[in-house]
Design a protein around this ligand. Structure first.
Ligand SMILES: Cc1cc2nc3c(=O)[nH]c(=O)nc-3n(C[C@H](O)[C@H](O)[C@H](O)COP(=O)(O)OP(=O)(O)OC[C@H]3O[C@@H](n4cnc5c(N)ncnc54)[C@H](O)[C@@H]3O)c2cc1C
Length: 437
């Protein structure tokens, strides 16, 4: 068995959640249908906070809940609380555009994201939860010879790591997506890099599935419990102050996405992270038109179609620092310009909703999963635009770090000190500013 299957086997084996007679199956669905759905029990316990835990995870997004789940399942640590200031999934986990993929180039990233993809592929069975994982393919379009060469290089790197990738020419893309504007004067489409195993997953269901399985393993999920301070003894963090009183813990993990700088600041940490607003949009439902996920290579625009039929799309950051979960009109216009340049017929559908999330932009575009200079305090942050696809692997690797006090082998590159030592990852090689990656 190679190293990657061994790592997967380690994460996948371990304790099994006990769902108190409420295991979801075709049989339980039929039984409840026959008795008016009166037998369903809550999917997870709404726990009251205890005064002390072995591990406290701050942040009830996908990453925090996945971390708690793998702590309990893989490492047998069940005296764990997830503290969430609002309701679980109220942050980026419930606001993203649900794209999952592992089409990365650099050795620091590619094996990590492929681990995540493998975990996605077994997740529904693992959690006994329908997360609507749909491997409908992710296609990155290219519009110039130079871009084709860069995509060919990335595709080759993926294939050398055993990850699926296909370089398509314009004719192949045209067969898949005949409605794109292939011959636009400014950005003619020359082809695309396809990852067939990429796709989408229902974001809320991922949160609920992890919460249910973690709770079944004994984890306390505490909602409406905001962390407002750290309890520090010398150089060690020994607990947190919350809106529901102090909670002591042997270990504290920060997993709060767009609020990383705020929560890090409570421990006196200054993080290499800026918080920015990222918007997304969904249109009225139309008949199936887009088979997978498509990204425009000449601007920042990407699109897919939800199972309900809405076209789900997004683009660039709003471009200023903010903690507000709402965006501004100039970015709406910019994203819609990208949409019109790629597929002009989108101008005929109506936008139903738009929303914003606060993303934690790191200074090289790659994440941080590491210990902090304070004993007992661990950090998972810097996921920028792309942390949803990382949810299973981020949870597994943060759980490993917290349980074993050493980085997971596939997350070694995500060190906090890389910005000081010069070992930045620069996956897109564009520069140390959030608006450039
Ligand atoms: C519009 C948009 C589109 C995106 N699209 C994609 C995509 O298609 N694919 C992809 O891979 N990624 C995407 N992302 C990024 C992805 O959503 C995030 O990187 C990822 O969800 C972050 O991890 P999380 O789920 O744990 O974060 P969150 O869900 O934000 O979890 C953090 C939680 O911490 C809580 N919290 C904060 N402060 C405190 C405190 N003091 N005390 C207690 N709790 C606290 C918050 O309330 C929040 O629930 C997108 C993001 C946005 C905004």
């Amino acid at each position: 068995m190679g190293w990657r299957p061994r790592i997967l086997a380690k994460i996948s084996e371990g304790r099994q959640p006990i769902f108190n007679g409420m295991r979801y199956s075709a049989f339980s669905l039929a039984r409840e249908a026959l008795r008016g759905h009166r037998g369903w029990t809550p999917a997870w316990r709404d726990a009251q906070p205890k005064a002390r835990y072995d591990v406290v995870v701050i942040g009830g997004g996908g990453h925090g809940l996945a971390t708690a789940y793998y702590l309990a399942k893989t490492y047998g640590l069940t005296d764990v609380a997830v503290l969430e200031k609002d309701w679980i999934g109220s942050g980026n986990a419930g606001r993203n555009t649900t794209i999952i993929r592992s089409n990365y180039l650099l050795p620091g990233n590619l094996p990590f994201y492929e681990l995540s993809m493998k975990l996605w592929e077994g997740l529904e069975r693992d959690l006994n939860y329908n997360a609507m994982i749909s491997q409908r393919g992710v296609l990155n379009l290219y519009h110039s010879d130079a871009q084709r060469d860069a995509f060919a290089r990335r595709g080759n790197a993926m294939r050398m790591h055993g990850v699926d990738a296909e370089l398509l020419d314009a004719a192949a893309v045209r067969r898949m997506l005949p409605f794109l504007d292939f011959d636009a004067a400014r950005f003619p489409i020359q082809g695309g890099l396809l990852q067939p195993r990429g796709g989408t997953a229902r974001h809320d269901a991922v949160v609920w599935g992890y919460a249910r399985a973690a709770s079944a393993l004994g984890v306390d999920i505490v909602q409406n419990c905001e962390v407002v301070g750290m309890i520090r003894v010398g150089g060690r963090i020994v607990g947190v102050e919350t809106t529901r009183g102090p909670i002591r813990a042997s270990k504290v993990a920060i997993s709060v996405a767009g609020n990383s700088s705020r929560v890090g600041g409570m421990a006196g940490l200054r993080l290499p992270i800026e918080s920015h607003v990222l918007q997304a949009f969904v249109t009225e439902a139309v008949k199936p038109v887009i088979p997978g996920v498509v990204t425009f290579g000449a601007g920042h625009f990407y699109i897919s179609q939800s199972d309900k039929g809405g076209l789900v799309f997004g683009g660039d950051l709003d471009g200023y620092n903010s903690y507000a979960q709402r965006g501004n009109l100039p970015t709406v216009e910019d994203v819609c310009e990208g949409a019109m340049a790629l597929m002009p017929r989108i101008g005929r559908v109506r936008i139903l909703r738009s929303w914003g999330g606060v993303v934690d932009m790191s200074m090289d575009g790659s994440p941080i999963i590491d210990r902090t200079p304070l004993d007992g305090l661990y950090l998972n942050a810097g996921w920028c635009y792309g942390g949803f696809k990382a949810t299973p692997a981020a949870g597994a690797c943060l759980a490993h770090l917290v349980a074993c006090d050493e980085p997971h082998p596939l997350a070694r590159a995500y060190r906090l000190d890389r910005f000081a030592t010069g070992h930045t990852i620069d996956e897109k090689g564009m520069g140390p500013q959030p608006n450039l990656h």
